[in-house]
Design a protein around this ligand. Sequence first.
Ligand code: ATP
Ligand code: ATP
Ligand code: MG
Ligand code: MG
Lengths: 250, 250
Amino acid sequence: MEKIAIANQKGGVGKTTTAVNLAHALAEAGKRVLVLDIDPQLNATSGLGVEERKESNIYHFLIGEKDFNEVSVMVDNNLYLVPGTKDLAGLQVEIAYIDRWQTLLRKRLKTVKDFDFVVFDTPPSIGPFTILSLVAADSVIIPVQCEYYALEGLSQLIKTIKMVKDSFNPSLKIKGLLLTMYDRRVNLSRQVEEEVRRYFGRKVFRSVIPRSIRLAEAPSFGMTIFRYAPHSAGSESYRELAREILNGKN
Amino acid sequence: MEKIAIANQKGGVGKTTTAVNLAHALAEAGKRVLVLDIDPQLNATSGLGVEERKESNIYHFLIGEKDFNEVSVMVDNNLYLVPGTKDLAGLQVEIAYIDRWQTLLRKRLKTVKDFDFVVFDTPPSIGPFTILSLVAADSVIIPVQCEYYALEGLSQLIKTIKMVKDSFNPSLKIKGLLLTMYDRRVNLSRQVEEEVRRYFGRKVFRSVIPRSIRLAEAPSFGMTIFRYAPHSAGSESYRELAREILNGKN
Ligand SMILES: Nc1ncnc2c1ncn2[C@@H]1O[C@H](COP(=O)(O)OP(=O)(O)OP(=O)(O)O)[C@@H](O)[C@H]1O
Ligand SMILES: Nc1ncnc2c1ncn2[C@@H]1O[C@H](COP(=O)(O)OP(=O)(O)OP(=O)(O)O)[C@@H](O)[C@H]1O
Ligand SMILES: [Mg+2]
Ligand SMILES: [Mg+2]
């Protein structure tokens, strides 16, 4: 079971879009996949067409009040979700008093079996939920929007990943940087791609996610791109990413 | 002196782009304007062409180690900046031990005079820096990206604003919701606009910011849209917003 955190503190770079669509692409390829929505915004939950369930969600799973079977929801063939909750924001205060709170999610996931992949959607900050995910994960995918501001925060994120690796999770590795919202008609996209590939080399996935309105429309129907527009550029690019990951090049 | 916080915990909706370009539009109209970068990502600082200054920045101003004149930087005619810093992230822990830490920024701003407007750029979370800004501000502008996920977090944000109003800042009001990245060729933009105007009515600015690549390119040159492409749709839309604000319709 490989656990992958989708993380970047820069906002709006395609973390949620990558979490739900990569998960579905891996499920389509025959893998059993679980999405864990650990962002109080609940975007991955609604993006997969699931309402907030106040009485059983990731909050209850994290604090051990409910076990995995009570909180998980089947979303599609081979695709499951532990739904998020706005109540997570309250947990931020509570967990500060738990000894080694950083390892809470990792411990709880020991009770989860029978999946090939677990994908974490994290919030746009280097706060407790991103730390919980980085400590629990085997690897991290960093979506990088092909725009200027998205370049700025990368060094801070890499530093944080290294800090988590040195303290709580020595086996944590960067699975890759994923270029998102790439628009080949626009110079800025090409410039950002060149800079990211020059700086990070082989750590950057060959697959690039194009800017595609279909990807932005799909969540308003509670669908992944594979249900909404299965033959679009958006679907193809996430299938290609899934193939690149399954071929184990990183 | 009117203090305006630009806030929305959803990431990538145009908070920084609105903070720097609205500030410059107000400065062009003859107002003396200060931008305060209270986001550890430093995007407003680099978007205004200023390097991080490790020895004097918003951190030193907030904790009272330096006064306003020592940290502020003139960026353009009538346009000033208190630069951000990555070190803000460390402050998050320190301020928890200060009594009524929520009022820290409001107190420090009492020492700042001679400005018509102060604009706060906040991070994508409802964390301490956004709370500091909401407590210090007279009003809030909420950028709303014309996409599905951006609708989801609005009720949480409105609840937080009400909470701050009831506890620390009774005069806080919502100046308006600003539709951003509007693409009239795309149904989704129209649907989001209809929904936001139906739900929030007159609280929504008439001015709408179009999706325009010039706005995304400008920060890579350290310029606002008024220096980079003064006659573009992006410039016009932020001038229109400044006029709407100066005419006091909200
Ligand atoms: N490749 C793409 N093409 C077009 N639109 C996209 C693409 N990827 C994401 N989007 C849209 O851009 C917006 C931001 O994406 P998303 O919400 O996935 O980013 P995020 O990093 O999860 O944001 P946050 O920081 O708030 O968690 C959303 O409205 C989404 O639908
Ligand atoms: N109207 C627009 N048209 C096109 N691109 C835009 C527009 N407004 C902002 N952008 C670009 O979209 C991206 C997100 O905008 P911005 O960084 O201002 O959002 P933000 O809300 O400040 O993000 P964060 O949540 O990370 O602080 C940036 O790359 C910016 O250049
Ligand atoms: Mg997200
Ligand atoms: Mg910003």
